[in-house]
Design a protein. Structure first.
Length: 404
């Protein structure tokens, strides 16, 4: 494709991720006069990316693979694509695009901006793979222009481990949330306080707390038979901690959950729920919780990095102990027993928190400012708030200050 417009490459391990979580950033980049090229394994969301104005380049990525030969081949493919496309900057997300795409870009003197959106199974379980992933990250991030993190725990872990210099790091509120698209709807599903409908939306791996959710559902149903429990997400068969189709079928047959499958638009399902639950072992900033809070729903989540950034315990939701189905059940019973009015107030508090701290414009402004630094172009969109996000400042205090 021949063009005089500067080109930005975004690479993530799924096209679905780019289409669902980076649409606001893509729109901002296009509005700034950039051509945007998305690199990812192809899936059914490629037409959506192209409709956004993206050029799409398919690239197979074995996200969970540990074969050195395949990873070397992935690096060479990145090198070939980047040499041909010659972008003014490379934006990497998720482990392999962050590692191999960044190394290829740096080989070609292309500025790199990384986003560590979560540490995943390798960091949660602390195995031999953790050491390999840390070593790769340390090599890949060393020469990046900046590295965005979604919570201070993850940033502190990387800095203390020597994987990235503190002055390279910045915080952003996850992928942010489009507050116009995710807006509360009129009405509340569960006027009867004992008939609460709980909903878990996640990639179906056990590290998301799926087993604890099912076990807690059994406990709650024994005490509050009118409560119901839904689960939504795609079955990630490639992940080492994947929930199997057999597991899901067994839980449905038992009557403990309703499985809703996967949906491109989760808003109707969140709107129909009384409370959204995510008992994850660790997160970056979970998009599910941002969407639920923006739609005015109370949340139950684990007191772990990522989740605790979204949930103010007792205000817009409740925090429970990680890997503890009994404590999770107690918190869900508390949600049931607090009644409609209190749930509504919690949901309202969550919406206000999203408006103050998680507006996706904070994220796009941060990226435009970083691009201005390493590319030398002046953004058309105001970046007045970005100085509060960069360096060692916290976007949480920044957002609060800017909304006073």
């Amino acid at each position: 494709m021949t063009t005089s417009r500067p080109r930005i490459i975004i690479s993530i391990n799924t096209a679905w991720n780019i289409a669902n979580f980076r649409a606001g950033l893509i729109a901002a980049l296009v509005a700034e006069g950039y051509d945007v090229v998305a690199i990812a394994p192809p899936d059914g969301h490629v037409p959506r990316l192209e409709a956004m104005g993206c050029q799409f380049i398919p690239l197979p990525i074995d996200s969970k693979g540990t074969n050195p030969a395949k990873d070397a081949s992935l690096f060479l493919r990145y090198l070939s694509i980047l040499r041909r496309e010659r972008p003014v900057a490379y934006l990497g997300y998720t482990v392999k695009p962050n590692v191999y795409g960044s190394l290829a870009a740096q080989r070609l003197a292309i500025p790199v901006i990384n986003n560590v959106s979560g540490l995943g199974t390798a960091f949660i379980r602390n195995t031999w793979l953790t050491k390999i992933v840390k070593r790769l990250y340390g090599t890949a991030l060393a020469n990046s222009h900046c590295v965005f993190f979604q919570n201070d725990d993850d940033r502190g872990l990387f800095v203390s481990a020597g994987l990235v210099a503190a002055e390279q790091t910045r915080l952003v509120p996850g992928s942010g949330i489009d507050l116009t698209r995710f807006a509360p709807v009129e009405g509340e599903p569960g006027m009867n306080s004992n008939s609460c409908r709980f909903l878990l939306i996640a990639r179906l791996v056990f590290d998301k707390g799926v087993r604890e959710y099912v076990d807690a559902a059994r406990i709650v149903q024994a005490a509050r038979p009118d409560a119901s429990f839904q689960m939504m997400g795609f079955l990630d068969v490639e992940n080492r901690t994947a929930v199997s189709r057999t597991d899901v079928d067994r839980w449905v047959a038992e009557g403990v959950i309703d499985f809703l499958g996967q949906a491109d638009d989760v808003r109707p399902h969140i709107a129909a729920a009384d409370c959204v639950v995510l008992p994850s072992y660790r997160e970056g900033t979970p998009r599910t919780l941002l969407e639920a809070a923006a739609l005015g729903k109370p949340i139950v989540a684990t007191d772990v990095p990522g989740c605790r950034e979204v949930v103010d315990d007792g205000e817009n939701g409740l925090l429970c102990r990680v890997r503890d189905a009994n404590d999770l059940a107690a918190k869900m019973i508390e949600i049931i027993d607090m009644g409609y009015a209190r749930r509504l107030a919690m949901g309202h508090a969550g919406r206000v928190k999203m408006e103050r701290q998680f507006d996706e414009r904070l994220v796009t402004d941060a990226y435009l400012a970083a691009l201005r630094e390493c590319v030398g172009r002046t953004p058309r969109i105001s970046v007045s708030r970005v100085r509060l996000i960069s360096g060692t400042d916290s976007w949480r205090s920044a957002a609060s200050s800017s909304n006073k």
